[in-house]
Design a binder for this molecule. Sequence first.
Ligand code: UD1
Length: 359
Amino acid sequence: MKIISLVGARPQFIKEAILNSAARASEAWKHILVHSGQHYDISMSDIFFGELGIPKPTYNLGVGSGTHAETTGAVLIGMEKILLAEKPDALIVYGDTNTTLGGALAASKLHIPIIHVEAGIRMLPRDMPEEINRNLTDRISTVFCCCSDLGAKNLERENLTEGVHVCGDIMLDVIMRMKDKFKYNEIMNKLGLENTPYIVSTIHRDYNVDDPEKLTQIISGLDQIRQLTGFRIVFPVHPRTKRALDKIGSLSVEFLDIIEPLGYLELMSLTQNAEFVITDSGGFQKEAYYSGKRALVLMPDTGWRELVEAGWNILCSPNAEDMMAGYEKIIRQANIPHEIYGNGQASEKIIASIMHELC
Ligand code: UD1
């Protein structure tokens, strides 16, 4: 069986790392990796391949940055050529990026089965780019690998009941298998954080950073939390956010420890000793949970609702007042929910589900 796996953005590299090694271990499976090139900076792409041991992709579409139509369209065109040449038995796509939708569209028009890893996630507002991408990808997928029962229930509500498998979250597999490579002391020394309480914050969503007023509110919320707690705020900065911060002026963010985007091992190592996390990243809010840390989630809604319903993560509007209210909740004692997204065996379950559906 020949399977193509398509990645393009940071969280997808992390997920591919583990599925790739599980697929290569299977004799019945020829695995071909394609990188769309949606993320291309060394700190946004190469570093993940190196530290997670992902083999060099067979193809790189080099789509780069652009409008949604430009990136999605470039992936669609590039993937069609590869799918026609390779004639795979199926295409694996992950999550909700423009790469995901572009690849899925190309495969569906060629009647190549699509395996959607992280299927069935739904969140509001429905017109968010990622929500459009994940909805449409589910519409045309054949095998749905869900992280939890909630994903399967969401699909059922949309009459998608065939080929649905609850496999758990592959990001948990990664963190469990990479734990002994975390370099706690190295990153703490590098950032001068020994014996210093700190928060890790990452903000990159277009709706949070592209509007200077909203971004200023978030910065003000971070500043108030810092003033109240005395905690340092380590802020690995996405290129989109860096540009937006440059526009609103560096003085207002002097209190932040702004650093370049971190690779997987450094970010996870840093998170293990953090007080808590403030983020609008879908992946990082779960990785905080897997690290035993709570997250203040600056999103109107989240696909990882179970963590909010369990009272572990706190959803919060991107303004100073709500962030302070969120902070008051997050410092209270909470019981960590157990095994919401499986037990670290998702990659094996995904491989078994694909074999079951396609062989
Ligand atoms: C994308 C995904 C989002 C995911 C995130 C992970 C979409 C619609 N969104 O958002 O779901 O959570 O990846 O990080 O696909 N840039 C660089 N260098 C890079 C990559 C990006 O400078 O290597 C800059 C460019 O100016 C680009 C901007 O960041 O226009 C945004 O990148 P893009 O890939 O469009 O979206 P993300 O915000 O990263």
